[in-house]
Write a protein of this length. Structure first.
Length: 415
């Protein structure tokens, strides 16, 4: 009985253990099955959502995008090199990659990476390149370079006429990405522009000019020599000249006349001049000859009569033109009563002679005597000039009888 009870007890324990082990094993299988199912569902969900394993591109310390393959960066770098307008060898550095999980829709294209490379490389800039006669002048950051060049060229156009300006040199502007260590602002580049290019301006210019009137004379014996009066005023005319003009940087270098048209004819001035000589009376001539005066100038010098006594304008002497510096002689012995500057007469000498007669010598350039000096006939007392109220070098010579002017012509042998 005891043995049977023991056996029964052991069988019970054995069966209990088997049941427990079975339940435990069944639970693990259930857990594993659930885990596998869950993982499968995650993978299915991950793939169906568009996610993928990719590479974040770190370029010079900055993530510039995520690519599905490292070949994308290589292709993008090649495109960037092709786009840079000059040699960019050595400017584009190698990136670093890190694996990431991202959506396929978030992957960057090679065009995106190319743009990011261009915008994040130290010595590559988007700029305007100025070229003159094929030579690179400057890389300029301002995108208004083309407009500035146009405005600068047109600033040389002339106002109020037909004109056109253009650059003498071949000027080009290229925009894009360039490899350069020096990038100018437009203000900094202006001096380079002004020193590198010349502007040629071609213009058709019309200008009005004055056509001066001429002078014609009419003679009259009713008036004395030296008489002159305008009897008809002159009027200037007008002329319009049309010229073809070439300027370089605003400086005229060439001018060719195209046409010249007188739009208003000038009107000549008419002047009436006297031809009659004022003659001394017989008694005046006799007295003059008796006085024995000599001629006041050296007759070997070039001289002539430019105005006679009277001549219709109250002329009180006779004018003898001669070169400046020609010697003036005292016509007779006497005493110098005046030697100095006398208003309209300019430098003047007055000599007192016998019988209340005196002679005056005016417009001299310089004097050779002083007041109170005694002189003899033929002594140099002054030099011909044009001082005072005078229009040219000449000697104004007067003869005064008891303080009254008389015609001096007969006294010096001109009548």
């Amino acid at each position: 009985m005891i043995v049977d009870r023991f056996r029964a007890t052991n069988l019970y324990v054995y069966i209990k253990r088997r049941v427990r082990d079975y339940n435990r094993s069944h639970s693990l299988i259930k857990v594993a099955s659930v885990a596998a199912t869950a993982f499968l569902m995650i993978v299915i969900g991950f793939v169906s959502s568009g996610a993928t394993i990719a590479y974040a591109v770190n370029y010079d310390g900055q993530v510039i995008g995520t690519v599905g393959s490292k070949k994308i960066f290589t292709a993008a770098a090649g495109l960037a090199m092709d786009e840079v307008g000059n040699d960019a060898t050595g400017e584009i550095s190698s990136p670093k990659y890190s694996a990431v999980v991202t959506l396929k829709s978030h992957l960057a294209s090679k065009e995106d990476i190319k743009t990011a490379i261009l915008e994040n490389t130290e010595n590559i800039f988007y700029a305007s390149l100025l070229k003159v006669n094929g030579k690179e002048i400057a890389y300029i950051s301002d995108n208004t370079l083309t407009q500035y060049l146009k405005d600068y060229c047109n600033s040389f156009n002339l106002e109020n006429c037909e004109s056109k300006s253009s650059f003498v040199e071949t000027v080009e502007v290229q925009t894009g990405y360039f490899s350069t260590e020096k990038l100018y602002t437009l203000e900094e580049a202006k001096e380079l522009i002004h020193s590198s290019v010349n502007v040629k301006t071609e213009a058709t210019v019309s200008s009005e000019q004055t056509v001066k009137f001429g002078t014609t004379t009419q003679k009259t014996s009713a008036q004395s020599v030296g008489y002159s009066q305008v009897i008809k005023s002159g009027v200037n005319g007008k002329r319009v000249n049309t010229d073809s003009v070439v300027l370089i940087n605003g400086v005229e270098t060439e001018r060719t006349n195209i046409s010249s048209t007188i739009t208003e004819q000038p009107v000549n001035q008419v002047v009436l001049v006297g031809t009659a000589k004022v003659m001394a009376s017989a008694s005046q001539r006799a007295e003059a000859y008796a006085q024995g005066f000599i001629f006041p100038l050296d007759k070997s010098a070039r001289w002539g009569v430019s105005a006679y006594y009277g001549d219709g304008r109250g002329h009180k002497g006779i004018d003898l033109y001669a070169p400046k510096g020609t010697k003036i002689y005292a016509v007779a012995a006497g005493t110098v009563t005046y030697a100095g500057y006398n208003g309209n007469y300019g430098y003047m000498v007055i000599v007192s002679h016998a019988n209340g007669t005196s002679t005056a010598y005016a417009h001299a350039s310089s004097l050779c005597v002083s007041s109170g000096d005694s002189v003899v006939a033929g002594e140099t007392i002054a030099l011909v000039g044009s001082t005072g109220y005078s229009t040219g070098n000449h000697l104004h010579f007067e003869v005064r009888k008891n303080g009254t002017n008389v015609n001096p012509a007969a006294y010096i042998g001109l009548d």
